[in-house]
Design a protein around this ligand. Structure first.
Ligand SMILES: [Zn+2]
Ligand SMILES: [Zn+2]
Ligand SMILES: [Zn+2]
Length: 916
């Protein structure tokens, strides 16, 4: 007789294979159809708020893994907040203005040989950005990220542009903006000033040159010196700045000496003399005399190849670990040089044009590109006998973030926001300490940057951006602005966009009769645009403060850790400047993704993995899982091997869901079949206890944004507590026992609770898979979507530490038994574990526990018979089971009857069938 049909075999239609690339799209459609995001907002209307303010990605190109990491992390937080009882509106944004898109416009318009007006270039840029907003939006949605995708914030929206002008105007009106010729980082390739955040440091080879500046007249100080020419020896790594030299800086704390060589007398810091001479290969030299910095400062030196003096000045940043202790100063080409120049009222001389060419008035080198001028200048120095020594050095040098070319310092007229005039720096530093920084080192990072940074250069000589809406008097060239002009412009921009600035002339924006203090009444518009970091830095004003559903300050900003000098930084300055407080309460940062072995992904290394590749092959769920695989607060890796591991983990979790469902399958309804707590077996209660701990751990991890803890907790619970132990053991009672038996229903109760809890806990991460499974349990649960449910609460009354401890002993014995059984199988004494009878000789404490749980022991060990004997030490004996094998449950028993209505069945199985 075939008894298979009488077993309650596991049953589920939930597919083993995810087929995620297809399935995920269907689920996205369902979310769209039920308006998941809208329903989440409606459901949580009365809940406390949690506002995660989106940092806007740049609307250019397809999304890469960095975007995926960023947006999925945000999505996990938003969903977990909704499920924890918050209303967590998420308004995604895009940053649209700026150089990369303008470059794209230039490239495409140039290819068509078009020479276009600024407004045409701007129109091109706007269309271009809009197109990539659409592309990226669908890519972000494909990742399963929920939010107000139909109403994102976009920095090129007219209203947003008007807000930027408004925020900028406040700085002007308070007197914190000023215009000055000052050295700024300048890309000669992009022909624009760059912000500190737009700079990347790379190692470069440069020529370091030692140059002799001749003494003008010897005077009394040098009485008694040998009759040889005297030079100050300076040192520089940027020879092209020598034409702009106006001074030599020495350190007032150092001791300087005059050194006599065969041909001349050189002045340098004492501590470096041996070094310098060794480098130049000069063995024959002697120190003539010490010269105090004070005395040195009173001497006159001449520029090595231009007819002018070079003033000796003091500067305490002059070091003596390298060089000569005398630093060449060009106030137009360096920050420290500039500061020293200010102190000594030197001209901010910068004879380099925007293309990086030395200007025509520079003798010998006029018209030369600065980098090609370097060797020419060296040649000239040699020719004039003022060259001492040069060497190639490798050093970290600033490069443009866009074109990757080395940048220079160049003095130009720029607009700056003063960090110190009205105390913006101090107020911002104080605000930093009101913010929670995760990880904690983020606080020091932004604090230290802000403490030493120069004033914010906000002007750019570009087209695609928001204009600096001020005017210049046509007569005296003084800048002009007023509340009236700003208000008018803000209104105009709100209606027509910032293009209006480029379309109309100055008079259009100025009240009739506007007169400059010089009496003149005609004006010209400023042509520069604002640094794009000011755009995104104003998002708190344009978005958080303006949108009804949001809050200022935001609860959280979450971006990559490079934003300490980017968006976190600019947002802080604009917000503290205009609102007096930081725009965020917490700043959480993530690291960056790296390829295997910790190297960067790059096209040239051929190790780039695009999100779309993973999505099309495995599904977005694998990317979502990836984000939680390692601690994202450090850099996280991505490689084919990691994808394989993720896929493996995913399968294990998916199959655990599936097997849980198969056990409640079609015949369990918690409303009717739930078994009360006191009727659960110890094993059932063990799992419930473990489940409470899981719930607690996972909820705590969500609160602490420690998502990798969730990954590992859920994975371990599925792989060990469920698959390896509980679900393996309950097979007998699930399949063999009467459908309605308490024993079976009790385990189903636990299985059901575990499945629902797991789905909810994993939903913010594995949103697609939990939703898919939710549709299978849907008749038994209230919410239409797992994401509309709330997290389970751990029930402390279900946590039983003592029981867990007892079961630890049981599991230890189980492992021992499994090992012995395996041995007997290899010896062919038994085939299946159910062929075995096990005798356990247990130490007294173990004996007590094993006998206490003797009811479930046979099942736990998956054998036919178990005997436990007290002994001094633990030992396990495996024999062939006694009696006959039951055809239905495959266990051996002494009560198997070979005839009757149900032949070859044990008593349990006979009883089961009779009462069915
Ligand atoms: Zn550049
Ligand atoms: Zn004037
Ligand atoms: Zn049986």
């Amino acid at each position: 007789m075939d008894y298979k049909s009488t077993l309650n075999l596991p049953k589920t239609d939930f597919p083993m294979k995810g087929n995620l690339p297809v399935k995920e799209k269907q689920i996205l459609q369902i979310w769209e159809d039920i308006d998941l995001y809208g329903r989440l907002l409606a459901r949580s209307a009365q809940d406390p708020r949690f506002i995660l303010h989106d940092g806007p990605p740049y609307a250019n190109g397809n999304i890469h893994l960095g975007h995926a990491l960023n947006k999925i992390l945000k999505d996990i937080i938003v969903k977990s907040k909704f499920m924890s009882g918050f209303r967590s509106d998420y308004v995604p944004g895009w940053d649209c203005h700026g150089l990369p898109i303008e470059h794209q416009a230039e490239k495409e318009l140039k290819a068509k040989q078009q020479v276009l007006a600024k407004t045409d270039v701007r129109a091109f840029c706007r269309t271009y950005a809009a197109q990539f907003i659409d592309i990226q939006r669908s890519e972000f949605k494909r990742l399963g990220v929920i939010g107000d995708w139909d109403h994102p914030y976009i920095t090129m929206d007219f209203d947003y542009e008007a807000t930027i002008v408004e925020e900028m105007a406040k700085f002007f009106e308070r007197g914190e903006a000023y215009r000055k010729k000052k050295p700024v980082l300048w890309c000669i390739n992009c022909r624009t000033a760059l912000a500190e955040a737009e700079i990347e440091y790379q190692n470069d080879r440069s020529t370091s040159v030692y140059v002799k500046f001749p003494l003008v007249s010897r005077g009394d100080v040098f009485k008694g010196y040998p009759d040889k020419p005297i030079f100050m020896l300076i040192w520089t790594t940027t020879p092209w700045t020598l034409p702009a030299n106006l001074a030599i800086a020495i350190n007032p704390e150092f001791t300087y000496v005059a050194v006599e060589t065969e041909a001349e007398i050189l002045i340098a810091v004492r501590d470096l003399v041996d070094d310098i001479m060794a480098k130049a290969g000069i063995k024959d030299f002697r120190i003539v005399r010490e010269i105090s910095p004070q005395v040195l400062k009173e001497q006159s030196f001449r520029h090595p190849f231009i007819d002018r003096k070079s003033l000796v000045v003091f500067a305490d940043y002059v070091a003596k670990d390298v060089g000569t202790g005398a630093v060449h100063i060009a106030p137009g080409h360096g920050e420290e040089d500039y500061a020293t120049g200010l102190e000594y009222s030197l001209d901010v001389y910068s004879p380099v044009n925007e293309a990086g060419e030395l200007t025509r008035d520079v003798p010998f080198f006029g018209g030369m590109n600065v980098f090609t001028a370097n060797p020419a200048i060296l040649e000239k120095l040699k020719e004039l006998g003022v060259f001492f020594f040069s060497e190639e050095i490798e050093h970290s040098y600033p490069h443009c973030w866009r074109c990757k070319k080395p940048v220079i310092f160049r003095a130009t007229e720029q607009w700056f926001l003063s960090l110190d005039k009205m105390g913006l720096r101090q107020k911002s530093l104080a605000a930093i300490d009101e913010v929670t920084w995760i990880p904690a080192w983020g606080r020091d990072r932004i604090y230290n940057m802000l403490a030493v940074r120069p004033d914010w250069c906000i002007s750019r000589q570009r087209i695609w951006g928001v204009p600096i809406t001020i005017f210049y008097c046509d007569s005296c060239r003084e800048p002009y602005w007023s509340r009236e002009t700003f208000s008018r412009i803000i209104d105009e921009v709100r209606q027509h966009g910032a293009d209006i600035w480029f379309e109309k002339d100055a008079a259009y924006f100025m009240p009739e009769g506007t007169t400059c203090s010089c009496g003149n009444t005609t004006f010209t518009k400023e042509e520069d645009i604002l640094d794009v970091w000011f755009d995104s830095g104003s998002s708190f004003a344009a978005v958080l403060k303006k949108r009804e559903e949001l809050r200022f300050p935001a609860d959280m900003y979450l971006e990559g850790s490079d934003q300490h000098r980017g968006w976190f930084h600019s947002s802080l300055l604009v917000s503290v400047g205009n609102e007096g407080v930081a725009p965020y309460k917490t700043v959480l940062t993530h690291g960056f993704f790296l390829a295997a072995k910790g190297v960067k992904m790059s096209k040239s290394l051929g190790n780039v993995i695009a999100p779309s590749e993973i999505i099309e092959k495995y599904g977005a769920e694998i990317l979502r899982l990836w984000v939680t695989y390692e601690d994202y607060r450090d850099d996280i890796r991505m490689s084919k091997e990691i994808v394989d591991r993720l896929v493996e983990t995913y399968r294990r979790i998916r199959n655990t869901f599936r097997f849980l469902h198969a056990n409640i399958g079609e015949d369990f309804d918690p409303a009717k079949d739930r078994v009360p707590l006191d009727e659960l077996s110890p094993l059932d209660r063990w799992l419930l206890s473990k489940l409470q701990r899981l719930i607690e751990r996972v909820r705590e991890a969500y609160e602490n944004y420690a998502f990798h803890t969730i990954y590992h907790s859920i994975h371990n619970f599925c792989a060990i507590d469920l698959s390896a132990l509980y679900l393996d053991i309950i097979k007998d009672r699930m399949y063999v026992e009467k459908k309605y038996s308490t024993k079976r229903r009790a385990s189903q109760t636990v299985v059901f609770d575990a499945l629902i809890a797991l789905l909810k806990l994993a939903a913010p991460i594995l949103s697609f898979t939990t939703e898919e499974m939710w549709s299978y349990v849907r008749p038994l649960v209230a919410d239409d979507s797992v994401l509309l449910s709330t997290f389970p609460h751990a029930d402390p009354s279900l946590v039983d530490g003592r029981l867990e401890e007892e079961w630890e002993t049981v599991w230890r014995i189980r492992e021992l038994v499994n090992k012995k059984i395996e041995e007997k199988r290899v010896e062919k004494v038994i085939g299946h574990p159910l062929d075995a009878k096990v005798v356990i000789y247990a130490a007294p404490d173990e004996y007590e526990i094993l006998t206490k749980h003797s009811d479930e022991l046979k099942e736990v060990l998956i054998v036919s018979q178990v005997e436990v004997e007290k002994s001094d030490q633990t030992e396990v004996l495996v024999k062939r089971a006694e009696g006959l094998k039951c055809d239905r449950c495959w266990q051996y028993a002494l009560d198997v009857e070979t005839d009757g209505q149900f032949p070859n069945l044990c008593k349990r199985c006979r009883d089961t069938l009779t009462s069915c």
